[in-house]
Design a protein around this ligand. Structure first.
Ligand SMILES: C[S@@+](CC[C@H](N)C(=O)[O-])C[C@H]1O[C@@H](n2cnc3c(N)ncnc32)[C@H](O)[C@@H]1O
Length: 273
């Protein structure tokens, strides 16, 4: 009887298409983020690119625009900094898919007392690494089936008194996810492998290793086609466990701002945003 009841009366999952920003607060964040971007002249280290697996996920049409100034239309980075300022005294940030670090660096520059973890199959971009102070490095072997043929690693850095971890590993390697155990992330950005299978797997890893804080926001980039379906599957599957309160599907600029089309970005939180 209960199953029949659930079948007919499951809560409809509706994503809101717009987010209402407080204009003054958002303008200040946009200004600060554009200033942070101006601290880096060139995001591309050709030597690192020549040794990379995916050219840091930077296709040629983005590579030509990656160093260009961007205008004051909000980006997904502005959105993340806005949500952090509004809801968290201390951010514990996880970015899955860091690439050259454009978004990651703006997040770093926006905070004073937070902690950061980047996760990417590529080695940390030397452009960012040279700004950080290395404290510790651990290495372990990568599973033989991975496209990553070098050891995986976790580097621990200091940036202006904040802890910054960078895990160079394959998203598909569960053993690497296990190394994150003990962290409680309150802001997660999923932007690595843009496939439905990968984002479902990532979420399973977040759950299995208990990586989400009591109060969290999770953001996915490029939710089109099957990715959008996977987003709603995640919500449906984990709503009971996490009591998802807010769901957004937004059209917003990405890492090269107005120099490419807007991205479809999904946001969930287990508290009202
Ligand atoms: C679109 S880029 C990330 C952009 C970045 N989040 C930003 O906004 O500045 C995607 C990244 O995912 C990484 N990636 C792709 N497949 C991966 C895998 N199997 N494991 C870990 N990282 C992966 C790529 O190396 C690339 O750096």
């Amino acid at each position: 009887m209960q199953n029949i009841f659930n079948f007919f009366f499951t809560k409809a999952t509706v994503a809101k298409p717009h987010f209402e920003f407080q204009e003054k607060e958002m303008n200040e964040i946009i200004q600060k983020n554009r200033q942070s971007l101006s601290l880096i002249d060139n995001w591309i280290d050709e030597s690192a690119f020549s040794k990379s697996f995916f050219n840091y996920g930077v296709p040629d049409f983005i590579k030509t625009d990656i160093n260009r100034q961007i205008n004051h239309s909000a980006t997904y980075t502005d959105l993340m900094v806005y949500l952090s300022a509004k809801h968290f005294k201390k951010v514990n940030y996880l970015e899955i898919g860091v690439s050259v670090g454009k978004n990651f660096f703006q997040l770093l520059e926006s905070q004073h007392n937070s902690t950061f973890t980047g996760f990417d199959i590529e080695e940390i971009n030397p452009v960012i690494e040279k700004l950080l102070i290395l404290k510790e490095k651990k290495e372990w072997s990568t599973p033989s089936g991975s496209i990553k043929k070098t050891n995986s690693s976790l580097k621990k850095f200091d940036y202006k008194g904040m802890n910054v971890d960078y895990m160079c590993a394959d998203v598909w390697d569960e053993n690497s996810w296990a190394k994150l155990q003990g962290n409680k992330f309150n802001l997660v950005f999923s932007d690595a492998l843009h496939s439905s299978k990968a984002i479902l797997f990532e979420f399973e890893m977040l759950v299995k290793y208990d990586l989400l804080d009591d109060k969290f926001v999770i953001i996915w980039d490029d939710l089109i086609g099957k990715m959008k379906k996977a987003f709603f599957r995640i919500i449906k599957k984990y709503d009971k466990k996490y009591q998802i309160k807010d769901i957004y599907l937004l059209s917003i600029n990405g890492w090269v701002g107005e120099h490419e089309g807007a991205h479809t970005v999904g946001v969930i939180s287990n508290f009202p945003l």
